[in-house]
Write a protein that binds this ligand. Structure first.
Ligand code: PHE
Ligand code: ZN
Length: 880
């Protein structure tokens, strides 16, 4: 086992056989240099076996004319590999050495063929990076640096190669053999073995390489592109899962048509494959023409998947498909540019989901995710810019900042330019950078070139971390009929960035008449780019209400001077649905913050606003469900100077209970409201189901036994997973006999379906109860709990880490549990373990006792011998 200890730990920790050089090095963006050698072509030959796979490679290498270094050595990255043989131009050579896992070969001259042979063990690969085994099949994951676990290669995204791949294996064990591009030949060999050969005509970086071998069946279909080419589509799964693939297939076809219509992007190969695997670190992966998916984002039917699951499948299928252009055809020069493909592709998938569903509801959900995950990141010790300046382990930078804030940045460009100019910009971007590895600056330059608009000031959004805070105050001169909006912005310091510059902030703003409720000053786009700025509105004939950052036009925190009465009025009259939602959230938040500080909550305006929302005939149910949901406990915590989780929980429960009793009849009516059939996936039907459960939750806060009865009835009657999971989600937090009965029935029915069993674990780990820590400790000992499966691990440890009240339990047992899980998981799968660290990161903001306990656990993790660099980076940064 390679020693990956930090060079900064005290001597006593240093192993006798220290690694040849430090392994926890910081990589910096400013150190980027073009590669010394290019690899225009690579041929790979796999002899497949679950426990032993032989990989023979032939690399056509040539010097990069743009390289600074003309040295006589080529460095090929490797991770855990040992060369069984090395050849130069067909002749065996021993002019090689190893350095930190990399292979160094002495090489003079301009161009050569390098041959390398290695043997790897996919079954022993618990990191799930490189080639690994899952359920008897073999599959790969190479982003970001997994290819170096398969063979030696310059494993960086700016080295693009044409791939030719041959694989051979047992025909019974691996009836299906897949790789990127077109299958150009196949056949049988001796002893029941067979082989196939693939060629991908598009040069690609190694992180987009993929191989799959296993006993899979396909749901097949075709798509005819806008230029009339027929593409064969396939979704590959185990035979028993075939009936659950139709939604993924339908989503794929919708996404293909959408990208043609909205971005003019056509698919470019004759085949497009999606493969579902049960063990996967992330959501899915955009390998050229062979997308590999976490099965959670492929498999769905009405009995086993919720409406949210269906939406997520459509979103992720679209996301990976869209990467074919924003990622594969145009890739990233280096990993600091990750948001170039991810921010843009998230923006694309968000627009797609909005178009096929309800735009305001989608926007509300995207903002909720941003606030729940990205805002805390931006305000904590792991804060980093959308284009980071340094990293120790790149896997740690697949973050909400790079993805979701990155998408907000693209959305701001879209807002400022308008759809036509934005499209002219993206056309130029794809045109100019096709087949290249590009940078975020290249993207902005193309938008500028296509639109004729100077976007230079906006680039600070790529480099400056932290969420800007904007103070807004409106002043009305009734006689002159003039309103003046005073704006002020400020960004708090983040690690490595003590002093911040003002940022250009696009604010969609309108004024609503407080008497008439009419839009008295229609929406306009204000770009706040100074520290302070004032804007005038004319013809303001009545006292105005400020409607600002409409549709969440900038990823910021608005602190507007508005009274509860004004917020209540806006919640009912604002012409922008998002702003209406926002007014409601702000109204609730203000009461909750007062309550969490031990003050008297002003419940009346909240109750009135929720009542009016529930009774409205014009609002659709999905919007109602969003609007009446209280801000989460962690969101409330973000507003507190010193966080006391018990006080936050108590205040929130008190308000929920007040709502539940004051609006009992309205909530029951919403709960009972008719829904279409369980297989009706229209936005309207989904909205009805959503509201049914949200309303039931509020009833439960005031009247647990009534809610338990209703929930059990909903559970027993359910003909779809949305109603079933919703009911169980209400029950798990209640103390009622129905709780155990429903949990048991659910387990009994679904324990053979891993994705549904994940829900069973997750629901219990998310329960709002005093004994959740005990429950979770038991779940971790349950025979169905396996740490090697990332989905299962996340359904217990990941979900628990996000359960604010339970994780922050005053006795510290929640902290100890999560730290134990991180330490244990790190030995198997560092990438997944590191993603569970962030809940500890905000320790400084908690009351002293909890802060000390959180810090202690971070120190305990940091002191664990043999810590991976993934967890090492997250933990040391959290402590710094
Ligand atoms: N590139 C993938 C996506 O966003 C995410 C991913 C990253 C998957 C790293 C696996 C490993 O679509
Ligand atoms: Zn992506």
């Amino acid at each position: 086992m390679a020693d990956v200890r930090s060079p900064t730990l005290p001597d006593a920790q240093t192993a006798v056989e220290a690694p040849p050089s430090p392994t926890h090095v910081t990589i910096r963006r400013e150190d980027y240099r073009p590669p010394d050698w290019l690899v225009p072509e690579i041929a790979l030959n796999f002899t497949l076996g679950i426990e032993s796979t032989r990989v023979q490679s032939k690399l056509q290498v040539e010097r990069n004319p743009e390289a600074a270094d003309k040295g006589d050595v080529i460095r090929l990255n490797g991770d855990g590999l040992k060369p069984a043989g090395v050849w130069i131009d067909g002749t065996p050579t021993d002019k090689w050495s190893m350095d930190c896992g990399d292979l160094l070969i002495e090489l003079s001259g301009e161009a050569h063929e390098i041959g390398i042979e290695v043997e790897i063990n996919p079954a022993a690969n618990t990191k799930l990076m490189g080639l690994y085994a899952s359920n008897g099949m073999l599959c790969t994951q190479c982003e970001a640096q997994g290819f170096r676990r398969i063979t030696f290669f310059p494993d960086r995204p700016d080295v693009l190669s044409k791939y030719r791949v041959r694989m051979e294996g047992d025909a019974g064990q691996f009836p299906i053999l897949l790789s990127n591009g077109n299958r150009i030949a196949h056949g049988d060999s001796a002893d029941g073995r067979h082989w196939a050969e693939f060629e991908d005509p598009f040069p690609k970086p190694s992180y987009l390489f993929a191989l799959v071998a296993g006993d899979l069946k396909a749901n097949r279909d075709t798509f005819t592109t806008m230029s009339g080419r027929k593409v064969d589509l396939a979704v590959w799964v185990r035979e028993a899962d075939l009936p659950k693939t139709q939604h993924a297939m339908d989503s794929l076809k919708l996404a293909m048509a959408w990208d043609e219509k909205v971005y003019g992007r056509e698919y470019d190969l004759d085949q497009f494959n999606i493969v579902a695997v049960g063990d996967f670190n992330m959501g899915a992966m955009e390998n050229k023409s062979l997308n590999i998916f976490n099965s959670a984002y492929v498999l769905a039917d009405q009995e086993t998947a919720t409406d949210a699951d269906f939406d997520n499948i459509a979103r992720v299928v679209a996301h990976e498909y869209f990467h074919n252009w924003s990622g594969d055809r145009v890739t990233c020069r280096d990993w600091f540019q990750l948001s170039l493909k991810e921010g843009f592709t998230v923006f694309r998938d968000q627009s797609f989901s909005a178009d096929v569903g309800s735009p305001p509801v989608k926007r509300i959900e995207d903002v909720r995710v941003l606030r729940a995950v990205q805002f805390p990141e931006d305000q904590g010790p792991l804060a980093h810019p959308v284009r980071p300046d340094s990293y120790i382990e790149i896997s740690n930078f697949y973050t909400a900042t790079v993805y979701n804030k990155g998408a907000e940045l693209i959305r701001m460009f879209h807002t400022v330019l308008g759809p036509e100019k934005f499209r002219a910009g993206t056309d130029l971007y794809f045109d100019r950078n096709d087949g290249k590895a590009a940078t975020c600056d290249d993207f902005v330059a193309a938008l500028e070139g296509g639109s004729g608009v100077d976007l230079e000031p906006f680039k600070i959004w790529y480099s400056q971390a932290g969420t800007p805070k904007v103070r807004a105050r409106i002043e009305h001169d009734a006689e002159a009929k003039i309103a003046t909006l005073h704006l002020e912005q400020h960004v708090d310091p983040t690690p490595g960035q003590p002093d911040k510059q003002p940022m250009p902030i696009p604010l969609r703003t309108a004024l609503i008449g407080s008497e008439t409720g009419h839009e008295i000053c229609p929406e306009r786009l204000i770009v706040l780019d100074q520290a302070r700025q004032s804007v005038m509105f004319e013809n303001v004939t009545e006292p105005p209400l400020l409607s600002i950052n409409r549709n969440f036009s900038a990823p910021i925190i608005v602190e507007a001077e508005r009274s509860p009465g004004e917020l209540e009025r806006l919640a009912q009259t604002d012409t922008d649905p998002f702003a209406r939602y926002e007014a409601m959230q702000e109204l609730m938040m203000r009461a909750l913050v007062v309550g969490a500080r031990g003050g008297d909550m002003d419940r009346e305006p909240v109750v009135r606003a929720i009542g009016a929302t529930l009774r409205s005939n014009s609002l659709d149910p999905a919007f109602k469900a969003d609007a009446i949901m209280l801000p989460s406990e962690s969101l409330i915590a973000d507003r507190m100077d010193v966080v006391d989780p018990d006080a936050i929980h108590a205040a929130r429960e008190e308000l929920r209970s007040a709502i539940g009793s004051a609006l009992h009849d309205e909530l029951i009516a919403a709960h009972r409201s008719d829904s279409a059939a369980g297989d009706d996936l229209s936005p309207a039907a989904k909205g009805v189901r959503r509201l049914r459960t949200v309303a039931l939750g509020l009833v439960g806060a005031a009247n647990p036994s009534e809610a338990a009865g209703l929930a059990k009835a909903q559970f027993d009657r359910a003909d779809n997973m949305t109603d079933r999971q919703g009911a169980l989600g209400v029950l798990v937090s209640l103390d009622a006999p129905e709780r155990e009965a429903a949990l048991e029935a659910f387990y009994h029915r679904f324990h053979d379906d891993p994705l549904v069993l994940d829900k069973w674990f997750a629901l219990q780990a998310s329960a709002q109860r005093a004994d959740t820590v005990d429950q979770v400790l038991r779940l971790a000992k349950h025979p169905d709990f396996v740490m090697t499966n990332p989905n299962r691990l996340r359904s217990v440890a990941g979900v628990f880490g996000a359960n604010h009240w339970a994780f922050h339990s005053a006795d510290g047992r929640g902290y100890a549990f999560l730290a134990d899980m991180i330490i244990a998981a790190d030995k198997l799968n560092p990438q997944v373990a590191a993603r569970m660290v962030p809940p500890f990161g905000r320790w400084r903001r908690f009351e002293p006792k909890r802060a000390a306990m959180m810090r202690q656990q971070l120190e305990r993790i940091a002191a664990t011998p043999g810590l991976s660099k993934d967890v090492y980076e997250q933990v040391t940064k959290s402590l710094a």
